[in-house]
Every structure is written in C-alpha cells, then in structure tokens.
Design a protein around this ligand. Structure first.
Ligand code: FE2
Length: 284
C-alpha cells in the first residue's frame, strides 16, 4: 500500500499525508450519519448544562464511552448560565468512541483494504481498532485541541498506537487544520492519562513521565500546518506531538479518526478508555 518513499517519510516525520484515501461520497456519507446521530441526541441525557458541571460530572459519561456512541459538547456552546447558545447541531464537539464497531456507516468507513494495508505496512501485526472520533470543529466556536501525543491517552506496553485521521471536509488554517511536529515522534511520551481509581466515579488524572515540554503553537514553533483536502488521510505516530487551533471561520471542519493498536502489546486496565466485556476489540 505504502511505497518506499512514504515509509521513509513516516520514519523521518512520524506522520504521513495520503491524499485521496477516501472517496468524497464516503466522506459525505459519514458526515450525514453524524448529523443523524446528533438529530437523535437528547442533550438533557447528559444532565449537565454548565461547562463547569460538565467538566466535573461528565466523567462517568466520558469514561464509559469506550463502548458507546456518545455526543460531547463544544465548551463555547454554553453561556455563563450554562444554557446552550447555539442549536444542538452546532453545539456538538465530537461523537465517540465506539461507532466504528456499533454503527454500520462508521464500520464500513473504518474497515477498508486501504487502511488494513497501511497498518500492515507500518508493522502492526495484530491490528485492533480501539477508538473512533467524529470531530466537528464547528463554525465560530470549534474548540482548540491542545498539543498532545495520542500515546498519552491510548497507552500500550510497548507503545503501538497509530492514528488514522481523515479530513471529511477541507482542513485549512482558517477552520482549524492539524499541526504536527516533524520528527517529534522520536521524543519521549510526556504524560499518561489514567483512571484515578477502580470505578468511573474516581475520575482521571495525568501521570507525568518526562518533563520535556511539548511544542507550543506560534511563530518560530516546530509545529507545521497540515492543510489538506477532504478525503485526505493523515497517519499519526502515537508519540507525535500535534495540535489543532480553534475554528473562528464560518465553515466547519469535520474530521474522523480511528486509532489502531497492536494486539501483541499490553493494554493497561488503568487507561481511561475501556471496553465492556461484551464488546471486544476487533481488527480490520
Ligand atoms: Fe490526537
């Protein structure tokens, strides 16, 4: 699937941009499916309307989402009183985290020969599709995703996670495209995001592993923008620092990502994301 030049780019940069990896129609179908899911979403089921409350009490909603299809809000979708200031279809930040196993449209988009071939080329011998996210990056209020490494959130021993990120719409500087640090995957994992206790109610915490700061976005920074057209796949190494800015433009920036781990690696019980026993992880 990947040629020698692409594999060399991957080794050097820790990411790979593959234009045309998904058909425009397939991208459109996923966006339409997301719109249907949001249309069927009752915001009151989250039972939290202030952003403060959401941060504090959404732990269980968030922590049990590894085996569900759930909607999460944009922080800026609320006013100071905690009321939604935009219609719910403009308020959702993302859908996660198991639609690739629970929804036929996402399943079909996530399990393709192209992706299976890429995972194989990257040396993932026993690929397991761990997590999926549909990210809306809504017009005007689409939130920043601070600089991070995916291995922080999807830790395996040894580390194995690879992100398969699709632009479902054109991603530009204006609507909050990805930025990545070329070669940054050779640095250490800085933090681990773990469960603070045995139950969802115990919440989460970050465990510091290495004090090396992550790159800051801005002038002279080591992060480079990845402006890509709809249908482009960006493959991200699990240790690669990456970031995306807020969207202040009038256009959304839909993206879909699925994260793959190697079944040969250990998946710790302390990881925030856990699957219920009746929904085991599957490959391509
Ligand atoms: Fe990420």
């Amino acid at each position: 699937m990947l040629d020698a030049g692409q594999l060399a780019d991957w080794e050097r940069d820790g990411f790979l941009v593959v234009p045309g990896a998904a058909e425009t129609d397939a991208c459109r179908a996923v966006i339409e499916r997301a719109e249907q899911i949001v249309a069927g979403f009752d915001p009151t089921t989250v039972s939290v309307f202030s952003t403060h409350e959401q941060t504090r009490t959404s732990d269980e909603y968030f922590l049990s989402s590894g085996g569900e299809v759930r909607c999460f809000f944009e922080e800026e979708a609320f006013d100071a009183e905690g009321d939604l200031i935009v219609p719910k279809e403009r308020a959702v930040n993302k859908i996660g985290h198991a639609q690739h196993d629970l929804d036929p449209v996402y399943d079909a988009f996530s399990r393709t020969e192209t992706l299976a071939g890429i995972a194989d080329d990257l040396g993932i011998a026993e690929p397991l599709l761990l997590q999926s996210m549909h990210i809306f990056k809504q017009p005007r209020i689409g939130g920043e995703v601070t600089c991070h490494q995916d291995a922080t959130f999807l830790w395996t021993e040894p580390d194995s996670v690879v992100g398969l990120w699709f632009a479902l719409e054109d991603a530009t500087l204006e609507n909050g495209c990805l930025w990545a640090e070329p070669g940054g995957h050779r640095g250490p994992v800085r933090q681990r995001f773990v469960r603070a206790g045995a139950t969802d109610a115990d919440g989460t915490r970050f465990e510091e592993l290495d004090p090396t700061p992550l790159p800051e976005p801005g002038e002279g920074a080591s992060l480079v923008p990845l402006e890509v057209e709809a249908g482009t796949l960006v493959v991200l190494h699990g240790r690669l620092p990456h970031w995306s800015g807020p969207n202040r433009s009038a256009r959304s920036r839909h993206a879909y990502s699925v994260h793959v781990i190697d079944g040969r690696a250990e998946y710790p019980a302390a990881n925030w994301l856990q699957r219920p026993a009746d929904l085991p992880l599957r490959g391509f």
